[in-house]
Write a protein that binds this ligand. Structure first.
Ligand SMILES: Cc1cc2nc3c(=O)[nH]c(=O)nc-3n(C[C@H](O)[C@H](O)[C@H](O)COP(=O)(O)OP(=O)(O)OC[C@H]3O[C@@H](n4cnc5c(N)ncnc54)[C@H](O)[C@@H]3O)c2cc1C
Length: 383
């Protein structure tokens, strides 16, 4: 007899592993299959920055110590497009863990929990008798599409890709860095704004370094993408020559699609869940994957409806906030004003971290104080 899987997950990145882990955590008897086109460990272009919120998700998945052997990073320096710098200690530390390690650990944890993991590239999908038929052979009551920024499943279901205006592209590499250097740096750029370079020390004598910008701004240069991205990275971080360069798209949340179709739920990058202000996507991937896995086993009659409700509860207000902020942030002067405010008020710095790396929202009085500073700056000719 053909197995009917309770859940088939396409993609073994953080979103897919979280979905599989959560389904087995809530129902150890659930039949869960995880498909990825690659074997693990596999590399993934990323800044490797895991916010404290991501660690909260790991704890919810029953893996509180998954990255405990990596050094916590407490210091964060942000330079605004106009050159305003704020350096502060974050309320809760971030971690930097190469994706080669992080994703493999997650997949291994899923396997240890009883998830069947197979190397398989998904190419077709069909709704059939209240089930989903994957590649004409695998039957599932629910599917989580966690197959990343260029999601095949999303395309197969006729859901358009994220529009270019809401898509960024970034390159990352690794560089040598003295162990003692433990502050994360985000240096925003006025040229080609919105654009920024980063250096995230890992704690092993190396740092993840990178540079990213919006796709239309890259195209507007009229130059080959690699030349622009690699060139600007080298120019912005001249003391940190990078190796293992690798670039990838970032579908940003203001361009997010509906959260799924029929019995298929989109999670992580396949759902365009990347923060438009910071490029953070691992926390959203873990969170959305967890909620999708949860919906598959707790609401088998209509998992997508349950997933939609869960997402709205967890991220609805936050995503509306970042939609508005992403529009305002088209003006570099707005970001200058926000960072200048954060430089004077530690509680504002913490709040910006919550919005940029977590599920935070902006209280009206603070929004007003930033907007008035921005307007003053505009009047002085700093748009
Ligand atoms: C350069 C760069 C820097 C970034 N820096 C950060 C950062 O520092 N911190 C942060 O939080 N976020 C960062 N992000 C965003 C982050 O990388 C993503 O949001 C995150 O990887 C999303 O996880 P995911 O599980 O949705 O997708 P992915 O991690 O992309 O995983 C998708 C998986 O699906 C598999 N797959 C694809 N197609 C198929 C198919 N047809 N069949 C089977 N399997 C398939 C792939 O092999 C892959 O394993 C960065 C992104 C980029 C590009």
């Amino acid at each position: 007899m053909t197995t009917v899987w309770d859940l088939v997950v396409v993609g073994g990145g953080p979103a897919g592993s979280a979905a599989a882990l959560r389904a087995k955590q809530l129902d150890p008897d659930a039949r869960v299959l995880l498909l990825d086109r690659d074997d693990f460990p596999r590399d993934k272009a990323c800044g490797d920055g895991i916010a404290a919120h991501g660690r909260d998700e790991l704890a919810l998945l029953g893996l509180p110590d998954l990255i405990a052997d990596y050094r916590p990073t407490q210091r964060l320096s942000v330079v605004s497009p106009g050159g305003v710098r704020v350096s502060a200690t974050v309320a809760r530390p971030n971690h930097v863990v190469p994706r080669l390690v992080f994703d493999a650990r997650l997949v291994e944890a899923a396997r240890a929990r009883g998830v069947e993991v197979r190397r398989h590239r998904v190419r077709s999908l069909a709704a059939h008798d209240g089930q989903v038929l994957v590649d004409g052979e695998v039957r599932a009551r629910a599917v989580v599409a966690a197959d990343g920024a260029q999601s095949t499943v999303r395309r197969l279901l006729g859901v358009p890709p994220t529009p270019d205006r809401h898509t960024a592209i970034a390159v990352r590499g690794y560089a040598d860095l003295p162990d003692a250097d433990d502050a994360q740096l985000i240096a925003m750029q006025r040229a080609g704004w919105p654009a920024y370079a980063w250096a995230f020390p890992i704690g092993d004598g190396t740092a993840n370094v990178g540079f990213g910008m919006l796709l239309p701004k890259l195209r507007a240069t009229g130059l080959p993408g690699r030349r622009v991205l690699y060139g600007r990275l080298a120019e912005l971080l001249p003391d940190l020559p990078a190796r293992d360069l690798r670039a990838h798209h970032l579908p940003l949340s203001p361009g997010r699609p509906r959260p799924g179709v029929g019995r298929v739920m989109f999670a992580g990058d396949a759902a365009s869940l990347i923060n438009p202000l910071t490029g953070e996507g691992i926390y959203y991937a873990l969170l959305s994957g967890r909620l999708a896995g949860e919906a598959a086993v707790t609401a088998p009659a209509d998992p997508l409806a349950a997933y939609r409700r869960g997402l709205r509860r967890a991220l609805g207000r936050h995503l509306r906030t970042t939609d508005v902020l992403a529009r305002a942030a088209q003006s570099p002067g707005f970001i200058d004003a926000a960072i200048a405010t954060a430089a004077r008020r530690p509680e504002v710095f913490d709040l910006l971290v919550e919005v940029g790396l977590g599920a935070g929202t902006v209280p009206i009085p603070l929004a007003w104080s930033v907007v008035s500073r921005w307007l003053m700056g505009s009047l002085r000719g700093n748009p």
